[in-house]
Design a protein around this ligand. Structure first.
Ligand SMILES: NC(=O)c1ccc[n+]([C@@H]2O[C@H](COP(=O)([O-])OP(=O)(O)OC[C@H]3O[C@@H](n4cnc5c(N)ncnc54)[C@H](OP(=O)(O)O)[C@@H]3O)[C@@H](O)[C@H]2O)c1
Length: 244
């Protein structure tokens, strides 16, 4: 029996993941702002503890982590999944949108990691799963506010691996392609390889059970994106401009 602490459980990938883990009999503590969605999960699954919390609020998230451990015992696996995505037109950058993405997508993860890592180091065990994106591999159209937060998360996960792997703590980064959620509903283009949140959660659980540092899905799309990453910039800009 594992105690999972997941941020962003009220919708999308996080909600699908929480449901699957709960159905498998695990304890799940879930964070999100929408209380009604947390209540719905609690009434369906007695092993779910929902705590309404905004990940940008450092002290509130630390208190939620305390409450989770008081209720279900030590957190074995923390999945830092909460995130936002607002397409940004690079011709008219909105500073507030950029700042909000950093506050939620990047600092929201740091706020979750900071109270938990020392406890995992003391226990010499634990598992951290950081939700980034293929958008963190290279710049993509309309992703000027979102992409840099995901690039920062990939770098963060790589750095933490060096510090925490010798302490017996497993660190993984997740780089999904497109998943059909509230976040991607704003996209007005065809999303190649689009997955359901349930299929994404299955791939995520399989990846979390592995010892791979990086978890990617769906494989066809993410392999293609990785190849693009290594092309000379001239070819890369040309190919992506034509497809988007
Ligand atoms: N969908 C994709 O194609 C895709 C691809 C690559 C990576 N990702 C990443 O996967 C993660 C989940 O994405 P998704 O598509 O499942 O998104 P989603 O359906 O929009 O769900 C986002 C979740 O994050 C929570 N959240 C947002 N802001 C929050 C805040 N300030 N404090 C606490 N919780 C907050 C939301 O809950 P409340 O609104 O109730 O607070 C919701 O539960 C994100 O990090 C996203 O960047 C998604």
């Amino acid at each position: 029996m594992t105690h999972y602490f997941i941020t962003g459980v009220s919708a999308g990938i996080g909600a699908a993941l929480a449901r699957k883990l709960l159905a498998d009999g695990h304890h799940v503590t879930g964070i999100a702002r929408r209380q009604d969605r947390l209540d719905a999960l609690s009434s369906e699954f007695p092993k779910f503890l929902g705590i309404a919390c905004d990940v940008t609020q450092k002290d509130a998230l630390a208190a939620a982590i305390d409450q989770a451990e008081d209720t279900h015992g030590a957190i074995n696996t923390m999945v830092l999944n909460a995130g936002i995505y607002t397409p940004q037109d690079g011709k008219s950058p909105d500073v507030d949108v950029f700042r909000q993405h950093m506050e939620v997508n990047y600092m929201g993860v740091v706020h979750g990691l900071a109270p938990v890592i020392p406890r995992m180091v003391d226990r010499r065990s634990g598992h951290l799963v950081i939700m980034a994106s293929v958008s963190g591999w290279m710049g993509l159209p309309k992703a000027a506010a979102y992409g840099p937060t995901k690039a920062a998360l990939i770098s963060l996960a790589e750095s933490l691996w060096f510090d925490l792997n010798p302490q017996g703590i497993k660190v993984q980064v997740v780089n999904p392609g497109f998943v059909e959620t509230e976040a991607t509903a704003v996209n007005d283009f065809e999303m190649p390889g689009l997955m359901t949140p349930e299929a994404a959660a299955d791939a995520l659980i399989k990846g979390m059970d592995s010892n791979d540092f990086e978890i990617t899905f769906p494989k066809g799309f993410t392999r293609m994106m990785r190849m693009l990453k290594y092309l000379p910039y001239g070819i890369y800009f040309n190919l992506v401009s034509k497809r988007t």
